[in-house]
Design a protein around this ligand. Sequence first.
Ligand SMILES: Nc1ncnc2c1ncn2[C@@H]1O[C@H](COP(=O)(O)OP(=O)(O)O)[C@@H](O)[C@H]1O
Ligand SMILES: [Mg+2]
Length: 371
Amino acid sequence: MNPFKYGQVVQDKDFCQRPDLIKRLSEVITKGQNVYVQGERRIGKTSLICECVRQLKKHRLIYIDLLEVKETDDFIKRIISAIVSMEQKGGMVERILKKLAHIRPTISFDPLTGMPTIGFDETIAFSQDSIHGVLDLIYSYHTKQRSIVVVFDEFQDILNLKDAKEILAVLRSKVQFHSDVSYIFSGSVRNKMVEIFTYPDSPFYKSATSLDVGPLDQDNFRAFLKKKFNKGKREIAPEVWEKIFEISAHVPGDIQQFCDALWDITSEKEHITLEHLPKALESIFAHEFKGYETTLKIISGQQLKVLTGLARMGGKAPTSAKFAKGLGGIATSSIQKAIERLMDLKIVFYFEDEYRFTNPFFRAWLLYKNL
Ligand SMILES: Nc1ncnc2c1ncn2[C@@H]1O[C@H](COP(=O)(O)OP(=O)(O)O)[C@@H](O)[C@H]1O
Ligand SMILES: [Mg+2]
């Protein structure tokens, strides 16, 4: 069976240890402090947080995912669902139903998996005013013996809400009041997280310490992955590792996806060499090309030119004369505009003095297609 996992939270044996980050986060949690965790997509933030709480054993996690949240009503429902999900793990779903009786929730169990899903009375729409209530409900679970850890994941998406500022203010006041509960705010869109936590006019200004999650230590991660290949009786040539990390832009989730593809195209006792890489990439492209093509449909010819330029020449100096010349002499102001659009579309992002592809395999595909 393919041992590589990506596109999901990894924990326990599937989690390659990151002792320094786990140690720092554990300290924050056990002291009941608040922290905002930032790092790129698929770098391992959610896994780090879940694994850390798992290792702490005496803490319980309330995990609220705010990815693409757009309405206040939905925001509140996600918090309630997170509480239900925690109760389910403790086998106490009835208890939560009692506590929430006034909003008439219904719980149904998926016949296949037994997982509960919560249904809400359609006539009830939650507004800002309900935030106090649901956060107090969370707090009612907090005891000295079993501390609660509240995680708001993809927290930057709270800015999508129309009344974001007011909601942030209410949230902040509650978080401050629950001084012995650790709140973790995790986010992958750096500039928005910075806006929330470091702008003086933001309600969350100076409300939490920060924790940066970068790539995994390369030697550690490589040993972790190598073991998986070896268990499946596959050997990897040393120079292949360098390439895997480079093509995947050192992003753990993408590295695991690449290993997954390499595994799939090889069999037991095979020695994996550089020659296997194109085939592994092709198998990734075969899964993903529809998404790539959709992306191409929504950008202009000029933007595509700049994008392929970034793929070929890298994103360190796209407004330099050299880069413009490489594109056949496009005005630098047009390049800048195209890049802004590509960033809005989240096709590229800017980090550490460089424009980078959100999906490194998309970059590889552009080069492969010679677009
Ligand atoms: N510590 C780790 N050990 C092994 N793989 C990891 C680790 N952290 C992240 N990954 C890989 O990255 C993927 C995405 O991790 P996730 O925690 O969801 O990232 P994020 O929340 O930053 O987007 C995982 O499915 C896994 O493939
Ligand atoms: Mg995540």
